[in-house]
Design a protein around this ligand. Structure first.
Ligand SMILES: Cc1ncc(COP(=O)(O)O)c(C=O)c1O
Length: 398
């Protein structure tokens, strides 16, 4: 059987692969502590589930408009106005099957061979893969831990050339949790303002922020920047709705039309029932998710303190999302019974196989000195897992 050459442009998602391996070990009766998951461990709020039940009862179980039901587009428009003071019309909104699908449509509609797309590292695993799948070149822009894993505007300027067609901004970030202040976004906007490119702003972790951090989107800064920005968001992370698969973009209408056309020939509309649930989610006050964010904050502080207490681990404090991204490069070159740890993948494999903890290697996110741990698990599991991590590191010999 022949598989298309195009398929060789992409690799499977490492995060999903690790989660699958950990699940298989658990199914075999092994007590694995999972720090790999990328989804909240809270249930979808009742008010949202009820909206889905009502949608079924009312018979909203048929195809909808490809680009989404008007009620959801209006709920998105209200949310963007309320939260960011951004004005959009229905023609600027496209609802898709999760933000990942929104990003897939976008990369396909915007980029092609010969184009370059800037991806600050550490990055979410799917950005370079989706860009590469279009034939365009992902240009990785490294950031430093000392700079809080944030873009240095001078380095950004140097990375742009006449082929640059796009840049991703993901704040708060998966995997680092780093989030940009309004001033930091302004310094980036100053570099991008006069460039012929599209800014893809992935705001999926916008609601999960700590220490009074105020989220801003780069499109808020000026009409000129807004005109070149595609805002990507969804309900997966904020409302614990990962399985419902609703994401959306707000963008100039030509981009929405192109993405809608692609969607019309691929998935058609996202699930009708999930769209009605998303209307309810976006209508909820932030207090509905207040308890979840508060619990994440307690775990965040706890896990950072515990990690920094381990010799050979250094962890910065992120402002958002539900991940920590500690530097573990001090273990490189060490070994366990002759098994040498050369990089973050070796270390993650060692942790899973010998210590039964699932973490994601930083190399998957373009930062090999680190590993990613998500703290969407109980405090008890966090304590158990961190103890195993400490023991695992202590067992390594120079
Ligand atoms: C940075 C980032 N963007 C987008 C997504 C996709 O979210 P979904 O497709 O569930 O809406 C994820 C999920 O892990 C993510 O971490």
């Amino acid at each position: 059987m022949k598989i298309s050459k195009r398929m060789s442009l992409i690799r499977p998602s490492v995060t999903l692969a690790i989660t699958a391996k950990a699940k298989a070990m658990k199914a075999d009766g092994i007590d694995v502590i999972g720090f790999g998951a990328g989804e909240p461990d809270f249930d979808t709020p009742d008010i949202i589930k009820k909206a889905a039940e009502d949608a079924i009862d009312r018979g909203y179980t048929k195809y909808t408009a490809v680009s989404g039901i008007p009620e959801l587009k209006d709920a998105i428009i209200s949310k963007l106005d309320r939260d960011h003071g951004l004005e959009y019309a229905r023609e600027n909104i496209l609802v898709s099957c999760g933000a990942k699908h929104s990003l897939y449509n976008l990369t396909q509609a915007l980029f092609e061979e010969g184009d370059e797309v800037i991806i600050p590292a550490p990055y979410w695993v799917s950005y370079p893969e989706q860009v590469a799948f279009t034939g365009a070149k992902p240009v990785i822009l490294p950031t430093s831990e000392a700079n809080g894993f944030k873009i240095n505007p001078e380095e950004l300027k140097a990375a742009i050339n006449e082929n640059t067609r796009g840049i991703f901004i993901n704040s708060p970030s998966n995997p680092s949790g780093a989030a940009y202040s309004k001033d930091e976004l302004q310094s980036i906007a100053n570099v991008l303002e006069d460039k012929e490119l599209t800014i893809i702003s992935d705001d999926i972790y916008e609601k999960i922020v700590y220490d009074g951090f105020k989220f801003h989107n780069i499109a808020e800064l000026s009409e000129k920047i807004k005109a070149k920005t595609v805002l990507v968001n969804g309900v997966s992370k904020a409302y614990s709705m990962t399985g419902w698969r609703i994401g959306y973009i707000a963008a100039p209408k030509e981009i929405v039309s192109a993405c809608s056309m692609l969607q019309s020939q691929s998935t058609s509309n996202p699930t009708s029932i999930a769209q009605y649930a998303a209307v309810a989610a976006l209508g909820c006050p932030d207090s509905v998710i207040g308890d979840m964010v508060e619990q994440f904050d307690i775990r965040r502080k706890h896990i950072i303190e515990a990690l920094n207490d381990i010799d050979g681990v250094a962890c910065t404090t992120p402002n958002g999302a539900f991940y920590v991204f500690p530097d573990i490069s001090a273990v490189f070159g060490k070994n366990y019974n002759g098994r040498v740890i050369k990089n973050s993948l070796d270390f993650s494999d060692y942790l899973l196989e010998e210590m039964n903890i699932a973490v994601v290697p930083g190399s998957a996110f373009g930062s090999d000195n680190n590993i990613r741990l998500s703290y969407v698990t109980s405090m008890e599991n966090i304590d158990k897992g961190i103890t195993r991590l400490r023991d695992g590191i202590a067992r390594l010999k120079a």
